[in-house]
Design a protein around this ligand. Structure first.
Ligand code: FBP
Length: 262
């Protein structure tokens, strides 16, 4: 069955709120409001995100019919930050469980270049095959990592992008390196797999919005952003401005003006 990618697109673009950080980084990324998943689901709903990314436990306890307008993306694997920098991500949820939880898509991380890449590649391939049997789109977090790997080198990111296509992912999520010309090659390398970019650590609003504008001009299909939304003192405002830029196609200057008047 063809993957139903339209479920997580609006006007051909994806805008997803990443909230898997409690697993990946621990609660240190949150404050007293954002530690509560309901608060972050409210942000996603009110700002009009085309998806929210969470692990199974959060989906099970917090995602309900009230949030149905926000498509659910269940992250199927993860790692902790308690030991050394992780080079493997363990599968912690099956495709079937994600479907029972109401998933509109699933997410899976690979660290190409790590010693354990063979495990993640095998698992990613079977997750993609199974998800597609159900028509469920797959977002592949493709983050090259390991000894001697320059994670932000353009050729390395292009390789990560290509792996998304080769494995059969519908979307490949990459880190952005601000190499404007080089990133066009990255997008080309992904072929018909749609490129989404991560937000990264929180920066000031103007810097964040101009990064988004720049990435859009290169031809990326959307964003999966976490800290630049939920660590912002005004998450609802920045979320709506982001939607105006990415989904509604509002001019950058208009969005900046709105930011300054908000
Ligand atoms: P941010 O927008 O906060 O960077 O989130 C994107 C993301 O891919 C999350 O989905 C994930 O938790 C995190 O980054 C993992 O990044 P890293 O492995 O580099 O810590």
């Amino acid at each position: 069955m063809a993957a139903q990618v339209h479920r997580i697109l609006s006007n051909g673009k994806a805008l997803m709120l990443a909230y898997d950080h409690g697993f990946e980084h621990g609660p240190k990324d949150f404050n007293v409001k954002t530690i509560d998943p309901s608060f972050v689901f409210d942000v996603a709903l009110e700002a009009g995100f085309t998806g929210i990314v969470v692990h199974a436990g959060v989906a099970e306890k917090y995602y309900n019919t009230f949030y149905r307008d926000v498509p659910l993306i269940v992250k199927l694997n993860g790692h902790t930050r308690l030991g050394v920098k992780p080079l493997i991500s363990s599968q912690v949820c099956s495709v079937e469980r994600a479907i029972k939880l109401g998933a509109d898509a699933v997410g899976y991380t690979i660290y190409p270049g790590s010693h354990e890449e063979h495990e993640m590649l095998e698992e990613a391939a079977s997750v993609i095959e199974k998800a597609h049997d159900y028509g469920l789109p797959v977002i592949l977090w493709s983050y090259p990592r390991g000894n001697g790997i320059d994670e932000l080198n353009t050729d390395v990111i292009a390789y990560a992008a290509r792996l998304g296509l080769e494995l059969g992912a519908d979307f490949v999520k990459l880190k952005y390196n601000h190499d404007r010309e080089g990133f066009k090659w990255v997008v080309k390398s992904a072929g018909r797999a749609k490129v989404l970019v991560a937000g990264g650590e929180r920066v000031v609003d103007e810097e964040f919005l101009s990064f988004v504008k720049e990435a859009l001009s290169i031809g990326v299909s959307g964003f999966v952003v976490g800290r630049n939304i939920f660590q912002n003192p005004r998450p609802f405002t920045i979320g709506k401005l982001l939607r105006a830029l990415v989904i509604e196609g509002k001019p950058f200057e208009t969005v900046l003006e709105r930011l300054h008047n908000a």
